[in-house]
Design a protein. Structure first.
Length: 528
């Protein structure tokens, strides 16, 4: 039997983040990962050919840019452990098949200047004011993203005390489409913003998603948008280096069978091979609420019942990885390559929404695509002159015909149809340029990360208002603690603030240190 201070179940980036902070606080930390590699949804691997480095899930890091973990380099990831981000001037671009382009640069003036030419002077000025409002609200909003959340009721009551708060509360309960329609006349500009928001697996017209449309423009014009040099997984590599530097360990190929509970306290874990590992100070579990019963059956039944009612996102992704002989070239010119690239052949909001409606009905729309060649910004990802293609095609987990189980039979066909759509935008995406291809369906995502990507939801669970703040994923679990199981904490994309690359394990560590009487600020201010 091995003994540690803290055992972390799962080596996704949230678990690694929490582990790194706890290790810096002086705790003896062990991270256990079921797979033969760490990183979870933030991993970069040679999936197809040697020398071609593909991001398995996350590709672009947006929301983590405001995290003090990076802004103040609290763990030394940037200054000591080799993490380097690439920040292009062109952050986000929408390209239509007729050659129309809307570019969002980090520089707001340049963005508005081009926007006036594509849409109108009126919409360009409206966009400038909209971004200004978003940037004004960002300090307050961002400060709550990387720390334990307010209880939802207390948050609503606080927001209801001022005009500014009521304005933001109103946005939070509307849809992204409601928000952009209220501020802009141009359907192209509305689509440009909303498509960026739907990358968070949100429908354009789902109530409770409006804050994304408000916040995202402010974020990209304040912090920019980036990917780590060498691939998304370099964030996970830097976190592991930090953990080991602070005296912790990360062990792969070590699947956990259950959390050990004694006297109402989490005291360790049992591995599937029968090994038991004790944790004196607590356990951090990257355990999806739907899986809580499987790993911690001692949890009170009402808590489990509410956890199992957590809502998953409405759709997932049929993801295509391709190794390319030569770097891709856009028909509109490679000066239009952005960190986030949306590719469209619909020109009205109505037409766009009809495509998203298919996802609700269990159908795949080959028109809902995004992505491109990662070597445009990072040539280190492939042999010289070659390309690495990352292609997103939104798709439902539950297919109308055959359900989720039918994905194995149909994923290649859907990828073929998405490829035909991509070819409308790229000069050289022909069969001769494709060395190899790998398609990962929503079902594949779930198989690869069964304890976090339930129903292929890479963002953990749906980002609706009723699953936000201290109610994410449920009111019982929103404090990162499991009721009546002392010392068991949760981390993962299904916890506050939500899915995507946030570095959200920082909030789990804050809560854990607070409960243990450790001064988080003192830990972060200490030497790396």
């Amino acid at each position: 039997m091995s003994q540690y201070g803290i055992v972390v179940m799962g080596a996704g980036h949230n678990g690694l983040t929490a582990a790194a902070y706890m290790a810096k606080a002086g705790k003896r930390v062990l991270v256990l990962e079921a797979k033969d590699h760490y990183g979870g949804g933030v991993s970069t691997r040679e999936l197809l050919r040697p020398g071609f480095w593909h991001d398995e899930h996350s590709n672009v890091h947006i929301m983590i840019q405001g995290n003090p973990m990076l802004r103040e380099d609290e763990l030394g990831l940037l200054g000591k452990f080799g993490l380097e981000y690439i920040y292009p001037d062109l952050v986000h671009v929408s390209i239509w098949d007729d050659g129309t382009v809307i570019r969002s640069y980090k520089d707001l003036d340049r963005t508005c200047s081009e926007l006036a030419q594509v849409t109108s002077e009126k919409d360009a000025e409206a966009y400038r004011k909209f971004v200004g409002m978003s940037q004004t609200a960002l300090p307050m909003l961002m400060s709550g993203l990387y720390s334990p959340p307010f209880p939802l009721g207390a948050f609503v009551a606080m927001m209801d005390q001022s005009d500014e708060g009521r304005f933001l509360l109103d946005l939070m309960q509307r849809s992204a489409l409601d928000v952009v329609s209220a501020y802009f006349d141009s359907d192209l500009l509305r689509i440009h913003i909303v498509r960026m928001v739907t990358e968070n697996l949100q429908m354009p017209d789902e109530l409770g998603t409006g804050m994304g449309a408000f916040v995202m423009p402010g974020i990209i014009h304040t912090f920019g948008c980036s990917m780590p040099k060498g691939g998304s997984g370099q964030l996970s590599h830097a976190l592991v280096r930090a953990i080991e530097h602070f005296g912790g360990e990360v062990r792969v190929s070590s699947p956990v069978k259950r959390v050990l509970v004694s006297g109402g306290k989490a005291v360790g874990v049992e591995l599937e091979d029968g090994e038991t590992i004790t944790a004196r100070d607590g356990v951090i579990g990257q355990i999806h609420p739907h899986k809580l019963r499987q790993f911690v059956s001692e949890t009170p039944e009402p808590v489990l019942a509410r956890a199992e009612r957590v809502t998953q996102s409405t759709f997932s992704i049929n993801l295509t990885h391709m190794a390319l002989k030569e770097r891709l070239r856009l028909k509109v010119g490679n000066d239009c390559n952005a960190m986030m690239t949306e590719l469209m052949d619909f020109y009205t909001v109505r037409d766009m929404c009809l495509e998203y409606d298919k996802l609700r009905r269990g159908e795949v729309s080959s028109r809902l695509i995004a992505g491109g060649d990662n070597t445009v910004f990072d040539p280190t990802r492939a042999p010289e002159g070659s390309g690495v293609f990352y292609g997103v095609n939104f798709a439902p987990y539950h297919l109308a015909h055959g359900g989720a189980a039918s994905w194995d039979a149909v994923k290649e066909g859907h990828a073929d149809r998405a490829l035909a759509q991509y070819r409308k935008f790229f000069v050289n995406l022909d069969d001769d340029n494709i060395i190899a291809r790998k398609v990962c369906s929503p079902l594949d995502h779930e198989r690869g990360s069964p304890n976090s990507m339930v129903e292929g939801d890479a963002h953990g669970c749906a980002p609706f208002f009723y699953q936000s703040m201290g109610h994410r994923p449920t009111p019982d679990l929103g404090s990162f603690r499991v009721p009546e199981v002392e010392g068991l904490y949760l981390a993962g994309p299904f916890m506050h603030p939500g899915g995507g690359v946030f570095g959200a394990g920082r909030a789990t560590a804050i809560q854990m240190m607070d409960d243990m009487g450790i001064d988080f600020d003192k830990v972060c201010g200490g030497p790396v």
